[in-house]
Design a protein around this ligand. Structure first.
Ligand code: P5A
Length: 438
């Protein structure tokens, strides 16, 4: 992509309304634009990153054997009356009346809808287990939308739903999702710690929140120091190995980690010096709630003996749009964002220090094409502006590698390569660039 042709409106100053660094940087780097309170447009660069996050989330969902689908954002109130949540959900639900005076709503989550759809097709134990998911916009009329997309009103969620014959199988589904979340967040370049959590309006009694530690986080948390010293990514565990997975789950969930609602100082098993008290951002939340929705919807199948059995269900959420803000909270410096390579909007930026200089232009055009031919996604800063402004913008948007091309280097066939994360710079001959950036 040539920067001169890209719609990438960066800002020099921190917008007044942004209180935390991820919100400031998302606005300054031209990722998002607020259109109403808690509602954002995703500008080209922001949307590009959002799609990368979605791709990783999707790949890891598919790896569990889940089926992707897409449900509508607008739901009928009738569904929610059946589960009893229509009134219980309160003011956070955006209620809408259509032209025929039918009560509708913008979905804050999809337990009711998926249960209603699923039960219409499934009759026998032979059709189970089954896991379904979608990546879809939700609306929650938050009392205090804040921190940009961190707590928005409209936000993107990956929500998955599991259907099983009995509590044992349902726990296995829960553990599979638990494992997939460890892998997903690891690939997104962040450490998200699973913590025992309250279930709120979703329900059930088994639940974990996945939380990234950050000073600006909205949740107070208590975690065993072990979490900081080790990486738990579950790479060695196979989904099909039910026993191994169960053991791994027990091992990990034994390491203390709880949100402040669940933490009980009196009964905490850890010595004071082993316990970290911190703040964190909830990027995922998983629930096992048994028959809470299948019961009122009459979602039943026949078992081997022909008896009708009510389905055991769980649901599993990732705040896809929130993750972007959380990654930025965890990975930035005074100059801007530092993207993990897996979700960086471009692999490499080529900075032409003297646009308009025939030799520099020819060198950069050529380099741009060569890098693309080698499979790199390149942002070529060909704008006719001061070099200092280019450096500032490219640092701000956080591309992992920068290749800096100036007239003196061009004469010698050399470029300067800067690593955004470490700040290290090195000279390289033109044909050695790929050896450095990989
Ligand atoms: C699980 C999937 C649920 O809704 N039903 C379907 C369950 N869980 S949850 O915890 O309420 O939400 C899942 C994740 O969505 C993100 N999230 C938000 N992101 C941005 N702005 C919001 N207002 C917001 N509310 C929830 C969180 O990451 C949460 O873990």
């Amino acid at each position: 992509m040539r920067y001169s042709q890209y719609f990438l409106p960066t800002l020099k100053e921190n917008p007044k309304e942004a209180e935390i660094v991820s919100h400031q940087l998302m606005l300054r780097a031209g990722l998002i634009r607020q259109t109403s309170s808690g509602i954002y447009a995703w500008l080209p660069l922001g949307y590009k990153i959002l799609k990368k996050i979605m791709d990783i989330v999707r790949e890891e969902q598919d790896a569990t054997g889940a089926n992707e689908m897409l449900m509508p954002t607008i739901q009928s109130a009738d569904l929610w009356k059946e589960s009893g949540r229509y009134d219980a959900y309160g003011k956070e639900m955006l209620r809408i009346t259509d032209r025929h005076d039918r009560e509708m709503l913008f979905g804050p989550t999809n337990e009711e809808m998926i249960t209603d759809i699923f039960k219409s097709y499934i009759q026998s134990y032979k059709d189970l287990p089954c896991n379904l998911y979608h990546i879809q916009w939700k609306f929650r009329d938050e009392i205090r939308p804040r921190f940009g997309v961190m707590r928005g009103r409209e936000f993107l969620m990956k929500d998955a739903y599991s259907f099983d014959m009995n509590p044992d199988d349902a726990r296995y589904s829960y553990q599979k999702y638990f494992l997939s979340y460890l892998r997903t967040f690891d690939r997104l370049g962040v450490k998200a710690i699973p913590m025992k959590a309250d279930t709120g309006p979703i329900g059930g009694d088994l639940s974990h929140e996945f939380i990234i530690l950050a000073e600006t986080g909205e949740s107070g948390v208590f975690v065993d120091k072990q979490w900081m010293e080790q990486d738990f990514t579950g790479r060695s565990i196979e989904y099909a190995d039910r026993e191994g997975l169960g053991k791994y789950f027990d091992k990990i969930t034994d390491i203390y980690a709880a949100t402040d609602e669940k933490h009980d100082e009196e009964n905490c098993p850890l010595a004071k010096d082993q316990l970290i008290e911190a703040r964190g951002i909830e990027v995922g939340h998983i629930f096992y709630f048994g028959t809470k929705y299948s019961e009122p919807f009459g979602a039943k199948v026949t078992d081997k003996d022909g008896n009708l059995v009510t389905l055991e269900m769980g649901s599993y959420g990732i705040g896809v749009s929130r993750v972007m803000a959380a990654v930025i909270e965890a990975s930035h410096d005074e100059n801007g964002i530092i993207w993990p390579e897996s979700i960086a909007p471009f692999d490499v930026a080529v900075i032409n220090l003297k646009t308009g200089d025939a030799a520099c232009d020819a060198f950069c055009d050529n380099l741009y094409k060569t890098l693309q031919k080698n499979g790199k996604d390149v942002l070529y800063d060909d704008r006719d502006i001061r070099a200092g402004n280019k450096f500032a913008d490219i640092d701000l948007i956080g591309v992992p590698w920068q290749i800096i091309v100036g007239p003196r280097g061009v004469a010698a066939g050399m470029v300067e390569i800067k690593n955004r994360k470490t700040g290290e710079k090195q000279e390289a001959a033109k044909d050695k660039i790929l050896d450095v950036i990989g």
